[in-house]
Design a protein around this ligand. Structure first.
Ligand code: 3HC
Length: 285
């Protein structure tokens, strides 16, 4: 069954850029969110991003017009789900909400539809049963900013079929992304596990007063060739998200190394969540 229509649930930072990536890949894409203001904000941001791509000569006006024409938005999940061949859920990271969404999707989408979650902390096995079609459920984990980052982790659960893996791999390729397959569910998958290890070391170095966060970030950029230092990256991802990922990983592994780092806990307590709150490890205007 060829995938032609994609539904993306959740118009937040990730969902809106995933939806635009799908539209740029030539898929008829519906972005759904229960919040009309979130949908409107997403549309405004994507149109302005598209205009800047044209101004920079990175995309043609035709390509942008075509993508924006393929991208629609609605608050009505039932209507949005009717024609979907693939659903990518990028709603809030709460198991109860995701279970509810997957149970509903199991009823309102066509029987052939594949149901993927963009979650970085909840493996799809947690919502597979609720959907009633576990063989057609997996994680499709995109990275922030999703319009730029190439990697998509495709994580299969015990029941995910080969046909499902093949179909979502093909979609990721058509989005001009680089799919990687995670064969076994593990907290943090591949990328967040590696990022967690780097962040932990960086936080420990700073806490012990070995070097300033500026110098640690500078080292990551100029010695290791990372595009951003770990503190810059944590500020971009959101310190509440970093904290949540650590808590979720610790709940699964019980490994003390996965516990949220005290420096992160302190920042979150102070409401310093990174770029989105105006201050994290660095101040932002
Ligand atoms: N949305 C869309 N496009 C963006 C963007 C955004 N938020 N931020 C930057 N870009 C685009 C710019 O338009 C520019 O495009 P162009 O070169 O084609 O004109 C390009 O990205 C480079 O941007 P800049 O020149 O402004 O800045 P940088 O060269 O520093 O790149 C970056 C910015 C792409 C964010 C780069 O620093 C980077 O790759 N950082 C690491 C990001 C990363 O590690 N992401 C993963 C986070 S972990 C995660 O998402 C998992 C989750 O589960 C928590």
């Amino acid at each position: 069954m060829a995938i032609e229509n994609i539904l993306v649930i959740g118009a937040g930072t990730m969902g809106r850029q995933i939806a635009m990536s799908c539209a740029l890949g030539g898929y008829a894409t519906v972005l759904q969110d229960i919040s009309e203001p979130a949908l409107a904000a997403a549309r405004t941001e994507l149109e302005s991003w598209a205009a800047s791509r044209v101004a920079k000569g990175k995309l043609s006006q035709d390509a942008v017009d075509q993508a924006l024409g393929l991208l629609s938005q609605t608050a009505d999940l039932d209507a949005a789900a009717r024609d979907a061949d693939l659903v990518i859920e990028a709603a809030v990271e709460r198991l109860d909400i995701k279970e509810e969404i997957f149970a509903r999707l199991g009823k309102i989408t066509a029987a052939h539809a594949i149901l993927a979650t963009n979650s970085s902390t909840l493996p799809s096995s947690k919502v597979a049963a609720a959907s009633g079609r576990p063989a057609q459920v997996c994680n499709m984990h995109f990275f922030n900013p999703a319009l730029v980052m190439k990697c998509v982790e495709i994580v299969r659960n015990d029941q995910t079929s080969d046909a499902t893996v093949a179909a979502v791999t093909e979609v990721a390729q058509r989005l001009n992304k680089q799919p990687v397959l995670v064969n076994k569910e593990i907290p943090g998958f591949i990328a967040n596990r590696m990022m967690g290890a780097i962040n932990r070391e960086a936080l420990n170095l700073a806490q012990a007063g070995i070097a300033s966060i500026v110098d640690i970030d500078t080292t990551a950029r100029t010695a290791l060739g990372h595009p951003m230092g770990p503190f810059e990256l944590m500020d971009m991802v959101g310190l509440d998200v970093v904290d949540f990922i650590a808590q979720a990983n610790y709940a699964e592994t019980g490994n003390d190394a996965d516990l949220p780092h005290p420096l992160i806990v302190e920042k979150v307590k102070e409401g310093k969540l990174g770029r989105k709150s105006g201050e994290g490890f660095y101040p932002y205007n």
